[in-house]
Structure formats: structure tokens, C-alpha cells
Design a protein around this ligand. Sequence first.
Ligand code: FES
Ligand code: FE
Length: 435
Amino acid sequence: MSQENLPEAFTSEFIINNPAGQDFQVNRRALADPKVLEAEMRHIFDTCWIYVGHASEVREPGDFQTRSVCGRPLILCRDSQNRLRVFLNACRHRAAVVCREREGNAKSYFCFYHGWSYNRDGELDGVPGRASYPDSFDATKLGLAEPPHVGVYKDFVFVSFNPQAQPLEDYLAGAKEYIDLIVEQSPSGRMEVIRGTQEYDIRANWKLLVENSFDDYHLMTTHSTWLNYMKRSGVEIKKPERGHLMPAHGVGKALGNGHAVIDNVNFRGRPVAKWIPLYGEEAKPEIERIRAELVDRLGEARATRVADTNRNLVVFPNLVLNDGSSITIRTFHPLAADHMQVRAWALGPVEETPKARAIRLDSFLTFYGPGGFATPDDVEALESVQKGLATFREVPWSVMSRGMSKVGEQLNTDELHLRAFWLRWHELMAPTFEE
Ligand code: FES
Ligand code: FE
């Protein structure tokens, strides 16, 4: 979405969008009111495609991961034929959760309450005292339920609770191109989630983490400690050119359906082919080898695109793929209007050597980890915003107009990509607005 095809000007109780007047504002009640969250659960989380997990997290028949998605307990698993399945984790008898482990391999799912059990295909195959049920009792109709739609794009697994959902690939729109740039880092096109999950809660509205995940305007201030550390470690941090705030060029782009990205020239190293002193001299040959493989396979131009740029991608509404010095899959769900639960995993090529994998995991922890250079500062910023939002009745509007006067390219420190998210949010939420 360029500036030219932004929607017509409008003003609602939540958004002021006035491209001609170069004004865009978001009403802070959208980030603070429990009633807004209630409407979001139905009009956003029950409408869109929502990320559940990665196919590599379940590999063998019976492998499972339990997840909490859109307020529902789910089982992401492989059935008896090794097909990827997603079940609603609720017993058909009286709704108790049938799989209470976080992950593992199950021969069957056994409900601890009255003892009903389900096989790997979700079929009800055990009912204690079955003879006492009348003839109308039909076990074949009482298997574990499934969401209306499950979709997989390049091993990223999504569900939709919307029976009328459009096909996943159509929904992903321009975000596919950026997922492809991630997957192409593997010679075989196979990426895997590396064991271990980062888990933390933030006392802030979930949409603040959407904004923060690709808001480069805050990098130089909020993350100055990290930038100083990089500098001290011998990484070249250039002085921003005139008109820029960042050490390297980067743009913000809208990708359709509310998805958006910041697409940056990499200055901070990548275990796919960009060495920095921080990785140590001994890692240099390995990283050069990875680069040579990329060039061989993809050609110089595409290898440069994959390796020398990095990206923070938001797949609307709540999936973030941070493909920088590591690749982080981050998803988050609201627990309350001012509280979210965050889950993050590291992703890497299956072929990666232990050395490259160690660099990746170190980067995963060092920057985006809950104790890393970025996340504690971001959490502090978001919780501070949420505190300030308590004044929304007195100061209702937040300004989001950076870059609106520009024709053409928008920088990563502009706010076109944030506006794209909010415009889609507005479109989906509009039926709930007061007349
Ligand atoms: Fe599962 Fe009763 S709730 S057996
Ligand atoms: Fe940050």
C-alpha cells in the first residue's frame, strides 16, 4: 500500500485518517478499554488466520504441542498417518482439557475427569461404563473437534475460527514474499524451530507489541545500551545520513490485509552470511561458506537480498517474524486489555552446523530474549505507555503521522507500516462502532 492508495479520509471514534491534511491519529481508548478487547476477540481473532505453531515442532505420529490461541486451548499434533492436525483441547463429555502436557508424544489423549479417551486421530475410543448410555449415544460423532480451517504456508501453521475464511495464501498477501526470504536461508527450504520457548507476560495492550515489533523510530533511544555494546564489540555503527535516524537504510512497507514490514539493510550481522567481529574470528570461514552456498544456489542478487537485508514482519494480527541477527517467531495473545502473554521461538535452517547454530541462539537470547538487550527495555516502554494510557479520557489521541508528507518511499522510522496495521484493525472493527 503506497500513500496513493490509502483509503479515503475518514474520522471515527478510534481513528482520524486525513491523508490530504497529513494527519493520522489513534484514539487511546482502543488500547485501554476492556469492551474494545471483547469486540476484538470476535471481530479480529475469530475472523483472521491466527498462527499456531511450526510443523517442525511435531515430527512423528503422536507428537503434540499444546497451545493457547484466541483464548482456546488447542493441540497441534501429528495423527496416526503423520498428518498435521489441530484439535480443540476439550473433552466432548464435559469439556475438561484432554491433553494437559505442554508437549510430548501421545498414544492417546485421556481425559482425567471421567476417563473418556481419544486416539491420535481424535476419535473417541474409550468410554467407561458405556453400556449405561442409551442407543442414541454415537461415539463416532464425539471425536475431538477441529477449528473450521487449518492452513499451512511453508511449515507455518495457522488456524481460522471463521468458517468463511479466505484461503490462507490469499490472506497472507504480500507477507508471503517475506516468509519466503526467511525460508530460502535453508538449502533444502526446510527451517526448524529450535527447542525451547521464551515466555513472558507484558502488562500492556497486545497492539502495543505489534507497533513496537516494527517501530524503528524507538531503536536509537530505547536501545542505546545495545547499540553501545555493539560499537564496543567492534561492529561499525555508522552515523545516520541526513534525514535518517538509523545507521543503515531501511524502508517501511504495507503488504496488504494489515500485514506490514520494515525492510532494512543489515548492519548488525547475521549467521546467514554476514559476519561481524562479535561472532569471533573463528566463525568467519563458516559464515563465508554459508554465503558461498547462498550465492551458488540463488545467484548473487537474490543471495544479497536474503543475506544483506533483514526484516521485521507483522502478519496481521499477532504474528511477528523478526529476521535479524537471529530469526524469532513471536506471537502474543491478550489476557486483558492491559495484559498480554508472549511466546517466542528461534527458527533456523535444518542444515545449520553447531557453530552457526550457537551464534544464532546467542543472538536470539542477546537481543530479543526476555533478559536480552532489547526485550526488557521494550517491556519497560510498553508498560510505561500503558500507565500513561490511563489518561485517555483527558488526552484521547496519539499521533501517528510520521512520513505522511512524503511521496513514495517510507523509511523504517516512518509510520506507514503502523498505519497499515491500524487501518486494517479499523476496517474489521468498524461494525462494532457506535453510530
Ligand atoms: Fe472428559 Fe468427563 S469431562 S470424561
Ligand atoms: Fe525495541
